[in-house]
Design a protein around this ligand. Structure first.
Ligand SMILES: Cc1ncc(C[n+]2csc(CCOP(=O)(O)OP(=O)(O)O)c2C)c(N)n1
Length: 668
């Protein structure tokens, strides 16, 4: 017995029957993240690397799960899963450069630590918000399932993350849709400083699976062989019989939440208990005791890893820091859309706004066999506005999907579909409900391209707007929540022709697009629209009426209110601009018009404070000040929630105030 082998092992490794070579490979994979972390601790103390979330003592989970997966299968790790990255054989200098914010990393210095993904290694890293990636795993798995590829997807969360709504939503979707996702909970006792007793009240988190109608297993997360054996077996069975499985890995966080934050809230005896269960030492001692690993081999393996670490660290340290390049920063927020335009034919028919949208979806489903529609009640029922009626019969259940009521995880699922090579449309039942899916839109979707160069072809349709007596939660104009988030495109058409051409363009665009559809226009506005498929340019406004006296800049229902008022009040010579797209905004057309008329009124259905109208006003003041003959004026809804009763709603909306302000400007 070797000298250092001084105690009984914490695990019965013997019951697993793996060839020696495989055991050695597992050991090597297990040792690597440990040795990297030990080195990182030194560098951290020397101030040479930034913030670090230690996974010391938890490596068997990352390594065991990754080794049990096929290389082509996606893994979505968390902040303590270094072993996932090393087991996928990412060159260490790239990881080190990533942690130092250097160009050879994965985010060009734009994001830190493990906040990145890489298609090359089939890893999709976390965003700080923890929960959203569970839904992203659903989307990745859904794409595999639709393509019948027999692949599983593994996603990680800590036990703290299981308290987020995203956890519940993602597991529920995976269950309802039989998605082959391995949900891995690393239960390490603490979420930052919060112990499990203050995080949840069930005995085991695995017990929650029953509530989702899902299979679950509890696995000793410190026993590499148990992790590897069970996950291998479960993954093979899931490939043949697609279904989600919840795994709770019991383990312990032996270091502070982040290095330097300490562990003084953790009882000493707990630390000691778990130290004895260390996954690396126990496995090493077993292999040595069984003569599977000789002392010489152990030395060789350690030396090899050590010199790999040193060599790659030198590479990373010798790399120059990233330099700020304004052009690159700005151009990497959006994926460049391919030049793609299909001109409208002259064969037209008069249709309603709602029909134009339905036509676009129908034709786009035809053109893009990888486009998936998701939304509440959109399949058999056809959606609450009947826009997707008939799509299920035509395109089938795989591509036209009713969703549970879970906006957040459905947006995340759409992200996952896009990451795994498909296109997704999400219909918000009412645009108001987007608040429940806000996080993955503004944090995941919007930042993907900029962070790790991943485009996301996701269109979120937003039935919106007031004037239909629908009250505070079915009437909002919330476009300004999104126009200020770099990475999103925002389209808001006012006519059937634009709606069809722009929605078609949105499905072609590789960027996330929010597509606003005013409900009051659905069945009230008709227009001659080309029967065939065509696209319009995203980002071009339209002059609806030319004039010299005043420019009216508006969008959505505002265009129709303006047209009505101009007609009713016989206000002539007014230039009316329909923005059509709010992000990107056609600043040139706005400035051109204002330079010509010298007066401008910006009309929005939104409340004014912080609205797009305010932004446009600032743009005009900054760019066209010398051309102005009057103050830039805005008119919008009241600074109140949207009321239900007709008289209140009428007072809330800016229709009447628009006429008064326009008259004032004409006379100014
Ligand atoms: C939505 C959100 N809330 C809070 C935080 C801050 N935060 C980061 S990690 C963490 C603890 C996570 O605990 P757990 O999921 O158990 O993972 P562990 O760190 O233990 O591996 C907290 C509170 C966050 N990143 N995101």
């Amino acid at each position: 017995m070797p000298e250092h082998f001084t105690r009984d092992l914490a695990f019965d490794y013997k019951k697993y029957d793996f060839p020696n070579q495989q055991l050695l490979e597992l050991f090597q994979a297990l040792l690597k993240p440990r040795m990297i972390e030990e080195k990182m601790l030194i560098l951290l103390r020397q101030g040479k690397i930034s913030k670090w979330f230690s996974g010391i003592g938890q490596e068997a989970i990352s390594v065991g799960v990754t080794m049990a997966m096929q290389e082509k299968e996606y893994i979505l790790p968390m902040h303590r899963n270094l072993g996932v990255f090393t087991s996928r054989n990412i060159p260490l200098y790239r990881l080190f450069s990533q942690w130092q914010g250097k160009a050879s990393g994965f985010t060009k210095g734009r994001d830190r630590s493990f906040h990145f993904g890489t298609q090359e290694y089939k890893i999709v890293g976390m965003i700080s918000h923890l929960g959203p990636q569970l839904g992203v795993a659903d989307g990745i798995a859904l794409a595999h399932k639709i393509r019948n590829e027999k692949q599983v997807t593994a996603v990680f969360t800590g036990e703290g993350g299981t308290s987020e709504g995203d956890f519940h939503e993602a597991l529920n979707i995976a269950s309802v849709w039989d998605l082959p996702v391995i949900f891995c909970i690393e239960n390490n006792g603490y979420g930052l400083s919060t112990p499990t007793t203050e995080q949840y009240r069930c005995e085991h988190l695995a017990d929650r699976a029953a509530g989702y109608g899902m299979e679950s297993h509890i696995i000793d997360g410190n026993n590499i062989l148990e992790v590897y054996a069970k996950v291998s077996e479960i993954a093979s069975s899931m490939r043949e019989n697609p279904r989600p499985v919840l795994l709770e890995f019991k383990t312990f966080r032996r270091r502070g939440h982040e290095e330097a934050s300490g562990t003084k809230y953790v009882p000493e005896d707990l630390m000691q208990t778990w130290e004895k269960k260390d996954p690396v030492t126990n496995f090493r001692e077993y292999l040595v005791a069984e003569n599977i690993l000789t002392e010489n081999q152990l030395q060789e393996i350690s030396d090899e890893i050590s010199s790999e670490i040193e060599e790659h660290l030198q590479l990373a340290f010798s790399e120059a820091p990233v330099e700020a390049n304004l052009k690159n920063e700005l151009q990497d927020v959006y994926e460049t859309a391919e030049e793609f335009k299909i001109f409208p034919s002259e064969d037209t028919q008069e249709i309603r706004f709602v029909d134009a949208i339905a036509q676009s979806i129908y034709e786009s489903m035809q053109r893009h066999p990888d486009l998936v529609l998701m939304g509440q009640d959109i399949a058999e029922y056809g959606g609450v506005f009947k826009i997707t009626e008939g799509m299920l019969e035509r395109y089938g259940k795989d591509r036209v999907r009713n969703t549970p009521i879970c906006e957040s995880a459905i947006v995340s699922t759409a992200v996952g579909l896009a990451i795994n090579g498909m296109k997704a449309m999400v219909e918000m039942q009412f645009g108001d409900f987007v608040s429940s899916g806000f996080n993955p839109i503004v944090n995941y979707l919007a930042k993907l391209k900029y962070r790790w160069d991943q485009s996301a072809n996701v269109v979120i349709r937003m039935p919106c707007g007031a004037g239909v007596g629908a009250g505070p939660f079915h009437s909002q104009s919330n476009e300004a929540w999104f126009t200020k988030v770099p990475g999103l495109k925002v389209i808001y058409p006012a006519f059937p022709y634009d709606a069809k051409g722009l929605l078609n363009a949105a499905f072609n665009d590789p960027n996330p697009v929010l597509f606003f559809e005013h409900k009051a226009l659905y069945r009230s506005i008709r227009q001659e629209v080309p029967k065939d498929y065509y696209t319009l340019e995203i980002g071009e406004a339209a002059v609806i009426q030319e004039g010299e006296k005043v420019s009216v800049v508006t969008y959505g229902a505002g265009v129709h209110w303006a047209l009505e008022s101009l007609k009713e009040e016989k206000m002539e010579d007014i230039e009316l601009i329909d923005l059509r797209c709010l992000q990107p905004l056609d600043v040139d057309m706005i400035c051109e018009s204002v330079s010509k008329t010298g007066k401008v009124l910006i009309l929005t259905e939104d409340s004014l404070f912080g609205s797009l109208a305010s932004e446009i006003s600032a743009i005009i003041t900054e760019n066209c000040f010398e051309k102005l003959d009057a103050p830039v004026l805005r008119v919008g809804s009241l600074e109140t929630p949207i009321p239900f009763a007709a008289a209140l709603e009428e007072q809330y909306l800016p229709k009447q105030r628009f006429k008064e302000k326009l008259q004032y400007l004409i006379e100014y």
